[in-house]
Design a protein around this ligand. Sequence first.
Ligand SMILES: NC(=O)c1ccc[n+]([C@@H]2O[C@H](COP(=O)([O-])OP(=O)(O)OC[C@H]3O[C@@H](n4cnc5c(N)ncnc54)[C@H](OP(=O)(O)O)[C@@H]3O)[C@@H](O)[C@H]2O)c1
Length: 247
Amino acid sequence: MSLNILLVGGTGSIGRHVARIATEAGHPVRVLSRRGGDVTGDLTDPSTLTDAVDGVDAVVFTHGTHGDEAGFRDVDYGGVRGVLEAIGDRPVRIALMTAIGVTYRGGYNTSNRAHDWKRRGERLVRASGHPYTIVRPGWFDYNDDDQHELVFLQGDTRTAGSPADGVIARAQIAQVLVSALTSDAAVGKTFELVAEHGPAQSDLDPLFAALVPDTGLDGALDADTQPLSEEPASVLADLERIRALAG
Ligand SMILES: NC(=O)c1ccc[n+]([C@@H]2O[C@H](COP(=O)([O-])OP(=O)(O)OC[C@H]3O[C@@H](n4cnc5c(N)ncnc54)[C@H](OP(=O)(O)O)[C@@H]3O)[C@@H](O)[C@H]2O)c1
């Protein structure tokens, strides 16, 4: 099955691998970027996203910022919201990359609330009604030479905030995101992705199939560390608006 893919963050360190692997798999890929992509758009300006979503069957999100809370709010979260709004009620397959430890709100997260905003982005995707897969990778490219085996975890219990939480190669993340798009077994699943010592798997369907599906706004086995009752009114309003788009 060939899908017209919009790749949000396709010029980034993970996105470049997604573009290559998706193209090799026969999917036409359209890279969104502020500069240098196939379609120009700024995630902080929803009015620039309309052309980007025209005619797409799937969206892969690998975008992100590094810095202050406003960036995580406006890009990591706001970008998901803006693209979902631009898509409207057309059914689109979604693969969203966030991060391992996204449900952990203490320690290293308190300075910029990055996790809170990424988790809110996850919730928008779950509320959207689109078939989705959410991938929370471990630490990029800290793999030993023989760490080729993919391991999917749930419950998001690794919260050290260091490679001790698990490692994963950028190309492995891209392989999982692209594979998820055409796997029925990956629909409605959220998981942490790490690599362990061992050989690479050629078929990821058994890994997707073994996961517990999500049933609500959070990952299936996530702890309720960010209750809706404590969320800002603007975030709750975003959730309602995205839910309503699904009809
Ligand atoms: N390092 C780790 O171990 C680790 C582990 C788990 C998760 N993560 C998360 O992974 C995410 C991505 O990391 P990365 O290293 O791939 O990032 P990166 O190389 O800096 O790429 C960021 C991407 O986001 C896009 N982007 C940023 N702001 C944008 C805007 N306003 N409008 C449109 N596109 C925008 C950039 O596009 P243009 O600049 O071309 O517009 C670029 O394609 C980060 O959020 C990070 O928190 C990292």
